[in-house]
Design a protein around this ligand. Structure first.
Ligand code: DOR
Ligand code: ZN
Length: 347
């Protein structure tokens, strides 16, 4: 009998679904494995108001397969102009948080924040309401090396931000460094972090050895092995400060395989298999349920999902490509590779 694991149905607390026709492809993938997902607001134009988020949620809802129990959890895009009233409206509309993209940090971040001090009134209101700030934690200063941008962000932006707003709940999204794992583990309470499957499994050599492999390019960029090891240690530590956020980010094949390729790894199709592989490597499959199904829900004040899912230790081959909008293709991470765990569905 192959080894099996049963988990409380997991949630993905960081995913990019895009909009329009893309939803027909991205939503069923996420809805197959997760009970809920926190939907990132970096559309073009960005999702900056409760009204925009609610209509986006309806479009997502229309793409959820009929048998699925999936619920999207909506977020808003913080800008220099986000007001206290915007925060109050968002809270009243059930929005789960605001996402801070430093302007220029990543995909569709051009409308992001250029001066965080301008957001202080909005951040005070979020702290008062208990609404979390979700942070893309990289500085954008051209003088700071891309591999150092997360560590510098913690020192120069995050620590001063927490000093100004000690009651603000913060999620440091998709952490990639030992500095971030150590900071989140030891900082005063109120800060947590999401970790992607790709940052648990790969270091920068996966992207750069034997040729440039654009499907491993994401932001924050993969770091050296010591950082991957520290992230895996944090994820499998059993600390409720670390939980699952795939950062699955679809870009069509031609936008990835280009002279200036887009950042993002598509993992929504096989996310739980990748996390199980990483946790098994660390000898910590018993810690997967807390990380995938419990700690995130607890942080966001949500009940645990009542369903369960099963994973089976059984090899299968990831397709070389997935269908995407029109004639475009989506190349998932691990395209054509053998995956050791298989998602066996909701039980
Ligand atoms: O790799 C990434 N892709 N990182 C991000 O922060 C954004 C995302 C996207 O939207 O494509
Ligand atoms: Zn993201």
């Amino acid at each position: 009998m192959p080894q099996t694991i049963e988990l409380i149905m997991p949630d993905d607390f960081h995913v990019h679904l895009r909009d329009g026709a893309a939803l027909q492809f991205t939503v069923p993938d996420v809805a197959r494995q997760f009970g809920r997902a926190l939907i990132m607001p970096n559309l073009k134009p960005p999702v900056t108001s409760a009204a925009l988020a609610l209509s986006y949620a309806e479009r997502i809802g229309a793409a959820i397969p009929p048998e699925s129990i999936f619920t999207p959890l909506m977020t808003l895009y913080l800008t220099n102009k986000t007001s206290m009233g915007d925060v109050r409206n968002a809270f009243d509309a059930g929005i789960k948080g605001f996402k801070l993209y430093p302007a220029g940090a990543t995909t569709n971040s051009d409308d992001g924040v250029t001066r965080l001090d301008l957001c202080d009134p909005a951040l005070s209101m979020m702290a008062e309401l208990g609404m979390p700030l979700l942070v893309h934690g990289e500085v954008t200063d051209a003088a700071v090396d891309i591999f150092d941008r997360e560590a510098v962000f913690i020192q120069t932006v995050l620590i001063p931000l927490r000093a100004r707003h000690p009651a603000l709940k913060i999620v440091l999204e998709h952490i990639t460094t030992k500095a971030a794992a150590d900071y989140v583990q030891s900082a005063p309470e109120g800060i947590v972090a999401t970790i992607t499957a790709h940052h648990l499994l790969y270091n920068r050599s996966a992207m750069l050895v034997g040729g440039i492999r654009p499907h491993y390019y994401c932001l924050p960029i993969l770091k050296r092995e010591s950082h991957r090891a520290a992230l895996l240690q944090a994820a499998t530590s059993g600390s409720p400060r670390f939980f699952l956020g795939t950062d699955s980010a679809p870009h069509a094949q031609d936008a990835k395989e280009a002279a200036c390729g887009c950042a993002g790894c598509y993992t929504a199709s096989h996310a739980l298999e990748l996390y199980a592989t990483a946790f098994e490597q660390a000898g910590a499959l018993d810690k997967l349920e807390g990380f995938a199904s419990v700690f995130g829900a607890q942080f966001y004040g949500l009940p645990l999902n009542t369903q369960k899912i099963r994973l089976v230790k059984e090899s299968w081959q990831m397709p070389a490509e997935l269908a995407f909008v029109g004639t475009q293709k989506l190349i998932p991470l691990n395209a054509g590779e053998t995956i050791a765990w298989r998602f066996d569905g909701v039980i």
